[in-house]
Design a protein around this ligand. Structure first.
Ligand code: NAD
Length: 361
């Protein structure tokens, strides 16, 4: 594969491992971006990538995002992620998950896996038969589906962004356009509807749309109409890179705040949003509820403690947006600076624990 080490240098990874299992057809990549704050933790995404380079790019972007997410969420965890190159609906088999579980185990705890797009709680249960380094399962103290907590965190972040944008302290009557009503999008729709918001939704699967229209009285639009929807808030809850040169000019919203990872296609898209006066809640800061939820398993899961911690996403988003305003920089940059500050301080702390000789290396 061309330019692998160049990519690793760009993203600053500690380790990237490729796994292949001929019998089950497993093709997986695990990216360990950083273990400065603790073992790397992040979900596994099963997706039919167009090619290997696309899968590698995705794992590198996502695992780096996890380092920043754990740091800003105040967790003693590093960033990692895995991708499995397969169609989750047609190619996933117990044998493939077993082979993947063994792959995770071979890293000896440096990487802890969890759920992501294309993976379920049941899949984590299967993986856990082959490694103890998996969280988010339903048994043995597992916290189950993290998407409810992710949605709860996004809901908190939306409230903080609404206040920051000068739209008040209530969501009553505000319109929210949700892109993707899968696991997170569905629960987000539920929280928003209960708070009195009006919903405009889209998805590429009609069944998902039908459920949200029926239960929450949402209005459904075609996937390409969601960007230009007449709504105060746009909540991307499908896939990444959807904020770009093609979509940003279409946005009519005042706020972008949703669960999808790596929403900005390129960094400069964050500057374009800022120039357009759109308040952007940085993805990894607003969507850390699921991570906080699964990470709680490592210290003995307690639902009330998790709820209290996820509620603090309100403060995190408010803090990032205030820093952005005070420093005249886009929110995504303010979030990065906060994460970098936390990581730099942790590196210094780690260094002090070691001998001077080791630190000098
Ligand atoms: P999911 O697969 O359950 O839901 C995604 C939904 O988006 C699906 O219903 C899918 O049909 C739809 N979709 C895909 N492409 C689309 C398109 N072009 N237009 C409209 N809809 C489209 O996944 P999820 O668990 O709900 O996660 C959603 C996003 O949030 C992902 O980016 C994921 O990485 C991120 N995220 C999830 C969690 C979590 O706890 N599940 C945590 C953090 C971040």
């Amino acid at each position: 594969m061309m330019g692998v080490f160049q990519d690793l240098e760009t993203y600053g990874h500690e380790q990237v491992t490729f796994f292949h299992d001929k019998k089950s057809g497993l093709k997986a990549i695990i990216g360990v971006h950083s273990t400065v704050l603790g073992p790397s933790l992040g979900g596994t995404r099963m997706w039919k990538y167009t090619d290997e380079q696309a899968a590698l790019r995705d794992v590198l972007r996502l695992s780096r995002g996890m380092t920043f997410k754990a740091a800003v969420a105040g967790l003693k965890l590093g960033g990692g992620k895995a991708v499995i190159m397969a169609d989750a609906r047609t190619e996933k088999t117990p044998e493939m998950l077993a082979a993947f579980g063994r792959a995770v185990d071979s890293l000896g705890g440096k990487y802890i896996t969890a759920e992501d797009v294309g993976m379920s709680v049941e899949d984590i249960d299967t993986i856990r038969k082959y490694t103890s380094h998996a969280v988010g399962g339903s048994n043995e103290g597992g916290s189950g589906d993290p998407s409810v907590m992710t949605a709860f965190g996004v809901f908190q972040g939306i409230k903080a962004a609404v206040k920051h944008a000068g739209l008040g302290t209530s969501l009553e009557g505000l319109k929210v356009a949700i892109q993707g009503v899968g696991h997170v999008g569905y629960h987000l729709a539920s929280y928003l509807s209960a708070a009195g918001a009006k919903l405009i939704i889209t998805d590429i699967y009609p069944n998902q749309i039908e459920k949200v229209v029926q239960e929450f009285g949402a209005i459904a639009v075609e996937p390409d109409q969601i960007y230009g929807a007449d709504a105060e808030i746009f909540a991307p809850c499908a896939l990444g890179a959807i904020l770009n040169q093609r979509t940003i000019p279409q946005l009519k919203c005042k706020i972008v705040a949703g669960s999808a990872n790596n929403q900005l296609e390129v960094d400069s898209d964050g500057f374009d949003l800022f120039r357009k006066g759109i308040v952007y809640a940085p993805d990894y800061a607003i969507n850390s509820g699921g991570l906080i939820n699964v990470a709680a398993e490592l210290d003995g899961y307690n639902h009330e403690r998790v709820l209290a911690k996820v509620s603090k996403i309100y403060n995190t988003i408010a803090d990032i947006l205030e820093r952005s305003e005070a420093e005249h920089i886009p929110p995504h940059q303010a979030a990065d600076r906060l994460a970098e500050q936390i990581l730099a301080e942790a590196s210094l702390g780690k260094c002090q624990d070691k001998t001077l000789e080791l630190c000098a290396r």
